[in-house]
Design a protein. Structure first.
Length: 207
């Protein structure tokens, strides 16, 4: 099994990179494990308390469960991946059944912050995109998908996203084996990455 971590700021184009990688590899080769599915269970908190959580801090994630699930997949066991709602800021009752595959893609803003998770990865990728471009993408996404106003998104960016990015996400570049500039718009870089991953998988399988 080849385990690949894909990190980068919110709105950097990680999802696009993941889709291109999935499409480049043979069908049914890849399982995608989104970090966003592993926010902490906040069922014990009130809606007001949940609204105060900083979801762009490493402490917002259930790293223990994620590491446990990746270890299970690595050892040939299926997992029940949590699902998460941004509307209620909590996990949903439903889970997603994920079978082990030849390639596991772990994708999320802080995928490279946790040492135990990093140690499980065969390849670490950081998707690097200009801050202005990421802000525009956040405005488009959050107003459409998450019911926020433009002013809410901008306020959150200035008060939370930007400082958390600078403190926790940007520094994880140093752990990356590959830094991919311009995110999903970097067709040449993504194509080279896809070819590299294909060779990595072939080498791993043959080994």
């Amino acid at each position: 099994m080849t385990i690949i971590g894909i990190a980068g700021g919110t709105g950097s184009g990680k999802t696009t990179v993941v889709k291109k990688l999935v499409n480049a590899l043979p069908k049914n080769y890849v399982a995608v494990v989104p970090l966003d599915s592993y926010y902490n269970d906040t069922s014990n908190l009130t809606p007001e308390e949940r609204s105060q959580i900083n979801f762009d801090h490493p402490d917002a994630f259930d790293w223990q469960l994620l590491v446990e699930h990746i270890d299970m997949l690595k050892n040939g066991m299926p997992i029940e991946q949590p699902t998460y709602s941004y509307i209620i800021s909590n996990r949903l009752p439903e889970t997603i059944h994920v079978e082990p595959h030849k390639v596991i893609l772990i994708e999320g803003i802080m995928t490279l912050t946790n040492p135990a998770l990093r140690d499980m990865m065969d390849l670490k990728i950081y998707v690097d995109t200009d801050a202005d471009e990421r802000l525009i993408r956040n405005i488009l996404r959050d107003t459409v998908d998450r019911g926020r106003t433009v002013s809410m998104v901008i306020d959150r960016y200035l008060e939370v996203l930007k400082p958390m990015h600078e403190q926790f996400i940007e520094p994880t570049k140093k752990y990356a084996d590959i830094i991919l500039p311009n995110g999903g718009d970097n067709s040449s870089g993504i194509n080279m990455l896809c070819q590299y991953v294909q060779r990595l998988v072939e080498t791993t399988n043959n080994g």
